[in-house]
Design a binder for this molecule. Sequence first.
Ligand code: DGL
Length: 266
Amino acid sequence: MQVEKLPIGIFDSGVGGLTVFKEIISLLPHEDVIYLGDTARVPYGTRSPQTVVKYSQENTRFLIGQGIKVLVVACNTSSAVSLLTLKQEHALPIIGVIEPGARRASEVTENKRIGVIGTEGTVKSRAYEQTIKAVDDQITVMSRACPLFVSLAEEGWVDNEVARLTAQGYLRPLREERIDTLVLGCTHYPLLEGVIREVMGDEVYLVNSAKETAKEVQQVLTEGRLAKAAKKDGSYRFYITDNRQRFIKVGERFLGRPLRTVELVT
Ligand code: DGL
């Protein structure tokens, strides 16, 4: 089979990576996609880097075994700690979510004060900070873990008093730091964009890493001559490692469309 006809592979720790999937299929509607959500081992954000690397290696081997042309690591925590290892181990193009988001943030900041929010694992890794500083070492980066946002997004509590108070608790200190750019460095956070914007105000630029990653995937496909030539709608397959029912229920809310062909794998 010609390589360009193969699907794009995406993995995440669970359902959150569907925010990345959504941006990719909206930008590249003709591409086929295989998505793996490691719902049996979610969350990755509170685990040690060694464990996340091991899970990421297993997810990668599974997707490569299905036959894919590029791999997208949709999980910020995985991207933060395992991207280098995965790239060393495999020859196909591998795209993480950190670099596209970090690059965008460095481009748009004017006062050179950027905030980054993510899981504990992502924040501890300092991956966003290092990537931003590699572009411009004059930039100050302030990071904050916002673990409760993940549960709120999955619960669908994205526009109520609990979401608002949580956002205020996490984000007010960043606002006081006078950042002009905030990176939404976790798969789930785009769902909370409304309350995040309320707290940060309109003058702070919100970087959606999922959107930036989709652009990067498009560029990699074009430059590598890997884009599908046929202009028919892409087809999608979803694999999960546990709890199909919950993945479908929460996933349909994340995506705003029905989820079919969801298969359980071990
Ligand atoms: N997908 C994870 C991330 O973007 C959030 C959920 C988790 O902790 O596994 O970092």
